[in-house]
Design a protein around this ligand. Structure first.
Ligand code: ADP
Ligand code: MG
Length: 322
């Protein structure tokens, strides 16, 4: 199977799967042509998944196809942008038909669910490496920018954090994660759900700043705070905690909740006047949302218990070069 056969067989699909209107020209030419709606800005993001770094070499290829696109869609969600399409740059050690079919089926199932067609890419031989770039559209004054939080905003998180980290510890054989079994937990690590419906509804609802939680809640919150020039008070007892985390020793439970990573939940701020609108956005998108604190003047995060006392926790966030 040559390079062009491979692309035709696994990645080129009928134009009927295209995002009507937005994709003027898909795979097959030198460039794809995309047409955002009048008045919209393009939202663009790339995420790369590298074997041995982001996933194990023997990972289920169907799940890998899902995750490679999910982490990119999640960035559009965190901007409040609607997906238009994506490109796929792929390095493969060899062309394995079964592997490619499974990878493509995981990826396209999610792409179809979000009306986000594959419009181009590049294919080369090399150590397994998957780089997806997503393109979306958003109205200029609606984008959920990291620098948009203001002092006195409510702070929210979607779903709950920590399960992906617990699943990872289980796969690594950590003794404290020994009890953490089950397909659901593993799915949280390998098949994350990007929160695009919520992100789009929040942009409408008047939310201010947002980020998707990929490197741990505290670390990612830090990016919003730094960009916005504000601090935050986080109520640890208000953090939604999945049943799988309840039996963990408190130290490990907090580690999962606050510094877990790979959650792909949305962490966002909104003015207190938007509480009803945020609730409606959560209901409309069928996504649970929990208020977990507020932004304050200053910098950094203060962790507080129910009584307002400081909770000791050393924040560490994932950094590839630290
Ligand atoms: P070029 O020589 O311009 O780089 P290629 O020969 O690499 O073009 O690719 C031919 C066409 O196939 C282009 O439209 C390109 O976008 C598309 N393509 C290549 N690899 C992929 C891929 N992995 N997924 C989707 N489209 C791809
Ligand atoms: Mg090329």
């Amino acid at each position: 199977m040559g390079e062009f056969d491979l692309i035709r067989r696994h990645f080129q699909r009928a134009p009927s799967t295209h995002n009507a209107g937005a994709v003027v020209l898909g795979i097959g030419d030198d460039c794809a042509l995309l047409q955002p709606r009048p008045g919209h800005q393009l939202a663009i993001s790339s995420d790369m998944l590298v074997v041995g770094r982001h996933f194990f070499a023997d990972v289920n290829p169907e799940a890998l196809g899902h995750k490679a696109l999910a982490v990119n869609l999640s960035d559009l969600a965190a901007m409040g942008a609607r997906p238009l399409g994506f490109t796929l740059a792929l390095a493969l050690p060899h062309a394995d038909d079964d592997w490619l079919s499974a990878f493509a089926s995981g990826m396209f199932a999610l792409a179809d669910a979000h009306a986000c067609p594959l419009v181009g890419g590049d294919t080369t031989r090399g150590p397994l490496n998957i780089c997806i770039t997503v393109f979306g559209e958003v109205l200029p004054d609606r984008a959920l920018r990291r620098d948009a939080a203001r002092v006195g905003d409510d702070l929210y998180v979607s779903g709950c954090t920590g399960e992906a980290r617990l699943a990872l510890e289980h796969l690594r054989g950590s003794d404290w994660a020994a009890a953490a079994q089950g397909a659901d937990l593993r799915a949280r690590l390998e098949r994350p759900t990007p929160r695009n419906a919520l992100g789009a509804s929040l942009a409408e609802a008047g939310a201010r700043a947002a980020i998707d939680v990929s490197d741990g809640l505290l670390g990612d919150l830090g990016h919003i705070l730094l960009a916005s020039g504000v601090g935050a008070e986080l109520r640890v007892a208000w953090l939604p905690s999945a049943p799988a985390l309840q039996t963990l020793p408190e130290k490990q439970r907090l580690e999962c909740l606050l510094a877990g990573g790979d959650d792909y939940e949305l962490l966002f701020t909104a003015p207190t006047s938007a509480r009803a609108a945020v609730k409606a956005a959560a209901a409309l998108s069928r996504t649970p949302v929990t208020r977990i604190g507020r932004t304050v003047a200053g910098s950094g995060v203060a962790l507080r218990d129910e009584k307002g006392q400081t909770v000791p926790f050393e924040a560490r966030s994932f950094d590839h070069f630290a």
